[in-house]
Ligand binder design. Structure first.
Ligand SMILES: C[S@@+](CC[C@H](N)C(=O)[O-])C[C@H]1O[C@@H](n2cnc3c(N)ncnc32)[C@H](O)[C@@H]1O
Length: 396
């Protein structure tokens, strides 16, 4: 592997990108303030100020907890406005710099693959108001990796009300591209809606920006709550790339993420740990006014891990579908399945190639010869190198 690119180095392009993000936030803040309930602008600003205090307190000290306020309430417009003011520029810029390694020779295979596609399907998990997409599209415009018009984007989030914020932001962007929002709660749901599953199975680039830390504590307290997240990563097709950016400080969170990605057949392409700083520039009058009214400045830097991963192997699916139009039920990897043979032979062998194809679990099975008795008890029937299992238990 080449030496990791230092993502904290500020180039003229990243300086210009920062100015672009700064201008964008200046333009959208008045619209977002307009979404906040209140009898006057002062009243609305007071609500945003209160929201800012709660959010910054939450993110500073309580993200590791699972009590109610450790999870901000994004259905509230004041909270959403406060979030955009505080984090949006910095998050857009982090994504912009985090994608720079794709321009390195060692990762040119990723770009070459994308260039052969008709569309580039992007999914932001926990994407909220979409700084992932703004950072990505600025990167694409600046580098000509692929045209922005090639993107088909989805945001999967527990709070689809972020779409209202995105709709205001989208209007200020130079070129339109389709973005759909879908609800999925990574730690409370036990099934995945068919439209979400469909997106996950097609996606070429997944962004996970400051999302895993919002859910990791729930997974740590109860490992079953990681099942949906694990199931999602296992459904990714080989070749899919994942961009992970999150707070670096918590070793436990990182270990949990690494273990899940390993089991999901993802390998690290590029890894960097450090403190990206948004290049300084002149704050617009709007940002200055907001900063003095809200008594806080937008975030400029934070210590993070930036990791690009690639799905290299298809992996055993954790979802069960009996009807493709109904939610797919997620199985926790540790829970005994209805098929004990599959459970012991497949779930414990992450390297066994298996994937759902049109609702069928298709397994590349290292042991080609199963006895008749094994075939009957497992429902697995060998067919050449592949074994097709129609659901669990299976019929051929
Ligand atoms: C810190 S924000 C990151 C948003 C965006 N990616 C960014 O970089 O600004 C965390 C996001 O995770 C979402 N989120 C929180 N808990 C979630 C859960 N249980 N399932 C899915 N999304 C969740 C929030 O709604 C929010 O959009």
């Amino acid at each position: 592997m080449e030496a990791a690119l230092d993502l904290s180095v500020i180039s003229p392009k990243s300086q210009k990108a920062a100015d672009f993000f700064r201008d964008l936030v200046s333009e959208i803040l008045p619209d977002l303030l307009g979404h906040v309930e209140g009898v006057s602008n002062q009243d609305r600003a007071d609500r945003v100020k209160q929201a800012l205090q709660n959010i910054s307190r939450t993110y500073r000290c309580k993200l590791g907890n699972t009590d109610t306020w450790s999870r901000s309430e994004w259905d509230n417009a004041a909270n959403r406005c406060a979030y955009v003011f505080l984090y949006y520029m910095h998050h857009c810029h982090m994504v912009y710099v985090a994608l720079q390694p794709l321009l390195e020779k060692s990762l040119s295979h990723v770009v070459q693959r994308w260039r052969q596609m008709k569309y580039l399907q992007v999914c932001c998990i926990g994407g909220g108001p979409g700084p992932d997409l703004v950072g990505l599209t600025k990167f694409l415009r600046d580098t000509d990796v692929v045209p922005v018009g090639m993107l088909k984007c989805s945001v999967i989030d527990a709070f689809p009300s972020w779409k209202t914020t995105w709709d205001a932001i989208r209007e200020k962007l130079p070129d339109p591209f389709p973005v759909n929002y879908f609800r999925c709660d990574l730690v409370r749901d036990t099934a995945i809606e068919p439209d979400v599953l469909d997106i996950i199975r097609r996606v070429d680039l997944v962004t996970l920006v400051k999302c895993f830390s919002a859910v990791a504590a729930f997974m740590r307290d109860d490992p079953r709550r990681s099942s949906v997240f694990q199931a999602i990563l296992r459904e990714l097709k080989p070749g899919a790339v994942v961009l992970y950016i999150d707070n670096e400080k918590n070793q436990e969170t990182w270990q949990c993420f690494s273990e899940i990605t390993r089991m999901a057949g993802l390998d690290v392409l590029h890894e960097w740990h450090g403190k990206p700083v948004i290049p300084s520039g002149e704050d617009s009058a709007i940002i200055q006014n907001y900063s003095s009214a809200l008594e806080l400045r937008p975030m400029q830097s934070c210590v993070v891990s930036v990791v690009l991963l690639r799905k290299n192997r298809p992996t055993l699916s954790l979802v069960r579908t009996t009807d493709p139009n109904k939610p797919a039920v997620v199985t926790h990897p540790g829970v005994p399945s209805r098929n004990p043979y599959l459970e012991t032979r497949l779930f414990n062998q992450p390297d066994t190639n298996a994937m759902h194809v049109n609702g069928h679990l298709q397994v590349e099975w290292p042991y080609r010869k199963l006895s008749k008795q094994q075939q009957q008890s497992t429902g697995i029937y060998a067919g050449g190198d592949n074994i097709i299992v129609n659901g669990l238990p299976s019929q051929k």
